[in-house]
Design a protein around this ligand. Sequence first.
Ligand SMILES: *[C@@H]1O[C@H](CO)[C@@H](O)[C@H](O)[C@H]1NC(C)=O
Ligand SMILES: *[C@@H]1O[C@H](CO)[C@@H](O)[C@H](O)[C@H]1NC(C)=O
Ligand SMILES: *[C@@H]1O[C@H](CO)[C@@H](O)[C@H](O)[C@H]1NC(C)=O
Ligand SMILES: *[C@@H]1O[C@H](CO)[C@@H](O)[C@H](O)[C@H]1NC(C)=O
Ligand SMILES: *[C@@H]1O[C@H](CO)[C@@H](O)[C@H](O)[C@H]1NC(C)=O
Ligand SMILES: *[C@@H]1O[C@H](CO)[C@@H](O)[C@H](O)[C@H]1NC(C)=O
Ligand SMILES: *[C@@H]1O[C@H](CO)[C@@H](O)[C@H](O)[C@H]1NC(C)=O
Length: 359
Amino acid sequence: MKPLSLTVVVVLLALGYAQVNVLEPECDSPEAEEAALAAQDYLNAQHSHGYKYALNRIEDIKILTNTEGDNTYVVELDLLETDCHVLDPTPVANCTVRPKVLTAVEGDCDVALKRVGGKLTVKAFKCKTEESTEDLCLGCPSLLPLNHTTALDFVRASLATFNNFTANTTYALLEVGRMSTQIVSGGPQYFAEYVVAEANCTKDVCAPLTEGVITHGICSAKGVTAAHTVNCKTFSVRVPRLQDANSTAVPSWSPAFHAHSRKHGLRHHKLTSYHDPHVLGLLSVSSESNEVVPVVVLNGTAAPVASTLAADTSSASVEVPLAVVKRDVPASADTTVPNVVATEPVLLIPRCPGRVRFF
Ligand SMILES: *[C@@H]1O[C@H](CO)[C@@H](O)[C@H](O)[C@H]1NC(C)=O
Ligand SMILES: *[C@@H]1O[C@H](CO)[C@@H](O)[C@H](O)[C@H]1NC(C)=O
Ligand SMILES: *[C@@H]1O[C@H](CO)[C@@H](O)[C@H](O)[C@H]1NC(C)=O
Ligand SMILES: *[C@@H]1O[C@H](CO)[C@@H](O)[C@H](O)[C@H]1NC(C)=O
Ligand SMILES: *[C@@H]1O[C@H](CO)[C@@H](O)[C@H](O)[C@H]1NC(C)=O
Ligand SMILES: *[C@@H]1O[C@H](CO)[C@@H](O)[C@H](O)[C@H]1NC(C)=O
Ligand SMILES: *[C@@H]1O[C@H](CO)[C@@H](O)[C@H](O)[C@H]1NC(C)=O
């Protein structure tokens, strides 16, 4: 991939930043880390399907200060998918990042934050999620599309096995998180991770309960339809009642929500891709992208809904205005940024990107 040339588009007046002072702290400075961790936690709270993401590297940070002394932090982050489902109460710091050989999924996010009451608070973000194709080996398990028929049969068979061992409770499938296959002697073996919820069964039909304190399970299964092992870790989730009957919002626990991912041939869940409720316009989306995620306010907390699975937009033509430097991360560590004030080329420890936490 050819590295993008650096673009610094100055659209400052339009945003009321009559005179913007741009600070460029080091990517491993405490203020960069503070912003990155606030962004990580916010992004994890935003998506109601798939897995939690952990910060891998701070790619860039800028602090814009307008004439009123108002600071806006703009950070570019590299995140990695962990094995903790978003419903899993385990804190992200205790979750395991998925290794490359099991197909890592990377989130590349631009996030704008402001300090509100002493705390950095996310005001807008833009994310792109991709399967990492590095270090894949022959004979390693490979991800299957989440609508893969045989693998879904395997999921149902393993759930039936689990239900056969749960005394009085029947669980229904809520979401398939990952499915993969590995060719071993004797044919393909399947691996699946999925989420189940306590169900209300009438005759042959079991529907997940949709309200109240509901037992959920995070399951992993291995084998083939006829012979497999399955393990589910169960925990309780309080699921609030959907308040506004007029709302077009589909709650994350509704099967309709996840049907969405099954229609697509995607192999992994994605981070919510764009969110700018305050119309800051700090992080532009390319024109062909219509990925804006509608936001419903459920009792004061914003929750993203549906349609977060739009296709990736190529970064090649993404325009990023307002002194945000967007680049395709080059392999080299040369990150000297063309400043508005020209400086003499000197060899320095690069201020960005920061340290790599995982790989
Ligand atoms: C997370 O890790 C910390 C430190 O290793 C540990 O003290 C804590 O109990 C863990 N929490 C969970 C929920 O696993
Ligand atoms: C359910 O469990 C019983 C015994 O625990 C076993 O005999 C039976 O074959 C199981 N059924 C299925 C569908 O796994
Ligand atoms: C299952 O139901 C039976 C009868 O309703 C009850 O006696 C038993 O305690 C229940 N078992 C569990 C694990 O809830
Ligand atoms: C279970 O489903 C039946 C039929 O759809 C419904 O009447 C009943 O209220 C449901 N029970 C619970 C606990 O959701
Ligand atoms: C719901 O829809 C009805 C009819 O379309 C409308 O009269 C009502 O105001 C709506 N309620 C809300 C809370 O939007
Ligand atoms: C899975 O989704 C892809 C893309 O939408 C579609 O082309 C394919 O037919 C689907 N496969 C199944 C088995 O539904
Ligand atoms: C919504 O918030 C209000 C005030 O914070 C509270 O009284 C109410 O019970 C909440 N409703 C739900 C469904 O949580």
